[in-house]
Design a protein around this ligand. Structure first.
Ligand code: T4K
Length: 368
């Protein structure tokens, strides 16, 4: 049996992709908001049920440029239980991250702890729909409204999800998606920002193109974060097949649950009420004292058998070497606890049921 990695990119049929990019050989138009870019943008608007979509080179630039386009200054309340990108985007904007703890059940920002972190310097909240678990969007909206704060969701894991029938990208002032190769929906590398405010959208559009306003006017210190035509074409093809891919992911998740649900000492991702899930990740939390094996032991045992589970998200971003001495992870004890115990198991559409069985058998063998 070959190696199993934590995920595997979905690929559209090659002929379909070739057909989609054929046109580029005629036009020689390869980037800078060409036809594929515009087509994908329109398709995503309708798929995600949002009023505006700006396409970018990746999810990180989506976050970074969103914060810049909002002209934020001061402190940003965020979570340390995330990928490097969320915290780095804040810091790279000259903003100060203030870390809020997470909930032990769904790992999203604990809204009961937000208000005590707000100061007169706070300008925004950046929560993460981690593993596709939707944050408490109502409560976050209320707090933001009360204190006049912007809300930028890191929705890198939440592509295509809905909450109470509403596209997840419609919550907050902006939602930033990642279309990286490892994601449920991908454009090889890519990302997008969904938003309602057109003026913000214009700022964002300029910032992704060097801050150019017109042929002779550059009035923003922008970057180059334009999605190219080959990536957009990949997105167009992948979007056609997404329904089938999600169905397959659902079956994989169900198979995992049939093996692992109800085992003492293993906590699975919750099934959230009123959420249409995307089955992006399959995390499991191992409580060594109850289960009889630690997360690290399970990780090692799986690795011995060529199964590449990952410790998403360990370490916490507020303990990274590059932030040494700046933050105190003891102030986010739940995040610290979970990050030492969580493991994301292989999850992708083409993962064979026998492989899920094998992964679960190996996990069960770890019990002492
Ligand atoms: N916010 C959050 C919450 C995020 O999770 C992320 C990205 C971002 C923001 C930023 O979005 P982007 O700027 O990336 O669009 C991976 C991804 O690179 C990253 O996108 C993702 N989160 C993160 C959770 O996972 P690594 O360093 O773990 O990737 P890597 O190279 O180890 O790949 C993981 C597995 O994926 C491999 O074992 C095999 C498979 N794979 C990988 C690649 C590169 C493929 O099947 N095909 C591929 O092309 O970060």
């Amino acid at each position: 049996m070959g190696k199993l990695l934590v995920t595997r990119s979905s690929m559209p049929p090659i002929d379909e992709y070739m057909e989609e990019i054929q046109e580029l050989w005629d036009t020689h138009w390869l980037t800078n908001m060409g036809v594929k870019h515009r087509k994908l943008q329109e398709e995503l608007k309708s798929y995600l049920g949002v009023s505006n979509v700006e396409l970018l080179t990746n999810g990180h630039m989506a976050l970074e440029l969103t914060m810049q386009a909002m002209n934020l200054h001061g402190e940003v309340i965020t979570t340390p239980f995330t990928f490097a990108s969320t915290t780095h985007a804040i810091v790279r904007n000259g903003l100060t991250p203030v870390f809020c703890d997470i909930r032990p059940d769904d790992f999203t920002m604990d809204v009961d702890k937000i208000e005590s972190l707000i100061t007169d310097q706070t300008c925004a909240i950046v929560p993460v729909h981690v593993y596709g678990n939707i944050c408490n969007v109502e409560e976050i909206e209320q707090i933001a409204h009360k204190y006049g704060l912007k809300v930028i969701y890191d929705a890198a894991h939440a592509f295509g999800e809905t909450y109470e029938g509403r596209g997840v990208g419609t919550f907050g002032d902006a939602s930033c998606f990642s279309f990286h190769a490892t994601k449920v929906f991908h454009t090889i590398e890519g990302g997008a920002v969904c938003f309602a405010d057109e003026e913000f959208g214009l700022n964002l559009y300029r910032l992704k193109n060097f801050g150019i306003r017109g042929p002779e006017v550059v009035d923003g210190v922008g970057a180059n974060a334009k999605m190219n035509e080959f990536c957009a074409a990949m997105g167009i093809c992948n979007l056609r097949h997404l329904g089938g891919e999600l169905e397959k992911r659902k079956k994989v998740a169900e198979r995992y649950r049939s093996h692992l649900e109800g085992i003492e000492g293993i906590q699975l991702n919750p099934v959230q009420q009123d959420v249409k899930q995307n089955y992006a990740y399959f995390p499991a939390v191992f409580d060594e004292k109850v289960y009889g094996a630690s997360r690290n032991e399970v990780f090692e045992k799986l690795a011995e058998k060529g199964i590449g589970a990952r410790k998403y998200f360990y370490p916490l971003t507020n303990t990274y070497d590059c932030y040494h001495g700046k933050y105190d992870a003891r102030l986010t004890p739940v995040a610290l606890h979970i990050s030492k115990r969580i493991l994301t198991l292989p999850m992708y559409a083409d993962l064979a049921m026998e492989d899920v069985d094998r992964i679960c058998e190996t996990i069960k063998e770890c019990r002492k």
